[in-house]
Design a protein around this ligand. Structure first.
Ligand code: SAM
Ligand code: SF4
Length: 350
């Protein structure tokens, strides 16, 4: 908890130490995941999210199969190594089969060279297994907050928004064979520093392989917006998010930590700072067409329509060079933690 309150010299020391642990355990490479925002249809109504089902101000879309494949080809051409397919949650059979078919096609077109991360919400074990067999191998499902009471405050009280169900889903993701990713939002209304310290311990306890966490950013078309007077300033939320990244790198030296888009929504160099203090994964948006403007989770999302794909991609090379990072082109950049766990398991078995 002290680390999350660090200021002045202590904060500098924290960032220096986390940068050193990052260098020693991961090195200077940043790995890319080209992000495809596949659809903003969602059956859920999370109280913080701009694409929640009840927000009728969002125009809904599904990216066509051809466009997803074109994005995947673009990721291949640009030597990204991996893509992420993310969407609002749907659990109907048509959606499950659509994703299965897409996974197979992306695998086939890339001759199995593109790694695929999925972020498609809570599903049954059978669905996770089906998607794993079709070619996905990493899955990100944020717990959002590991404090049950806070989780319940930021979700509607009904059977599709249950803390226990979310925990069960995390176990099923691992059971299906995926590298397990989770995370949370930082700076939520009602959230305390103690909650965030517990969130870090939660990650350690479930022995996560990869983490995506970032600042909560308000959206005016969501119920949580009414509590915006309780929020820390955006700068304070960014500062806290950076300390969380640094503290997590000290706690779990060999996991993958994403430098999330929400960091950049607050400060133009937010993602670079996270990469210097502990993160090692970047997710440039490669969604084609005008869709990204309708995948509006929060205010001020960077890299939408007017400055989309080419500019964002072009900027990344330069941005990384400026902070002395190398891009791990054509590499999956899987979590070392996952590999290390497998090695221990095999050693014990033999
Ligand atoms: N529907 C899937 C899910 O919830 O796991 C994947 C897509 S969802 C948009 C991805 C993440 O966006 C969520 O896990 C949540 O943490 C984040 N998010 C949603 N609204 C946000 C907000 N207002 N500020 C910051 N992050 C937000
Ligand atoms: Fe849907 Fe995910 Fe947004 Fe919740 S966070 S409303 S599940 S897209």
């Amino acid at each position: 908890m002290c680390l999350l309150k660090a200021e002045g010299e202590d904060k500098t020391l924290l960032f220096e130490k986390s940068a050193e642990v990052l260098r020693q355990n991961i090195g200077d490479k940043v790995h890319l995941r080209g992000l495809i925002e596949y659809s903003n249809y969602c059956i859920k109504d999370c109280l913080y999210c701009g694409i929640r089902r009840s927000n009728h101000n969002q125009q809904r879309f599904v990216v066509s199969k051809e466009e997803v494949l074109k994005s995947a080809e673009e990721a291949l051409e640009k030597n990204y190594g991996s893509i992420v397919i993310q969407a609002g949650e749907r659990t109907d059979q048509a959606f499950i089969d659509e994703i299965t078919a897409l996974l197979k096609e992306v695998k086939a077109l890339s001759n199995d060279t593109l790694g695929i991360t999925l972020s498609l919400g809570e599903q049954t074990l059978e669905t996770y297994q089906q998607w794993f067999e079709a070619g996905g191998h990493r899955y990100l499902l944020r717990i959002e907050s590991s404090n049950r009471t806070l989780f319940e405050k930021i979700h509607p009280n009904n059977k599709i928004h249950r803390f226990d169900k979310r925990i069960e889903a995390l176990h099923n993701i691992r059971k299906a064979g995926f590298h397990l990713g989770t995370g949370f939002m930082i700076g939520l209304p009602f959230q305390t520093i103690g909650d965030l310290a517990d969130d870090l311990l939660f990650l350690k306890n479930i022995d996560v392989d990869m983490v995506g966490m970032g600042p909560y950013i308000e959206h005016e078309d969501t119920p949580l917006y009414q509590y915006r007077h309780l929020l820390k300033s955006k700068e304070e939320r960014l500062d806290l998010a950076l300390k969380m990244v640094a503290a997590l790198r000290l706690l779990m030296p060999d996991i993958n930590i994403a430098s999330t888009t929400a960091l950049q929504a607050i400060a133009s160099d937010g993602r670079e700072k996270a990469l210097q203090y502990g993160a090692n994964i970047l997710m440039p948006n490669i969604t084609l067409g005008d869709y990204s403007d309708n995948y509006h989770l929060y205010e001020g999302k960077p890299c939408t329509v007017e400055n989309e794909t080419e500019d964002c991609i072009y900027a990344i090379d330069h941005r990384m060079a400026r902070i002395n990072k190398l891009i791990g082109y054509n590499e999956w950049g899987d979590s070392k933690h996952f590999k290390n766990r497998q090695s221990v398991r095999n050693y014990v078995k033999n």
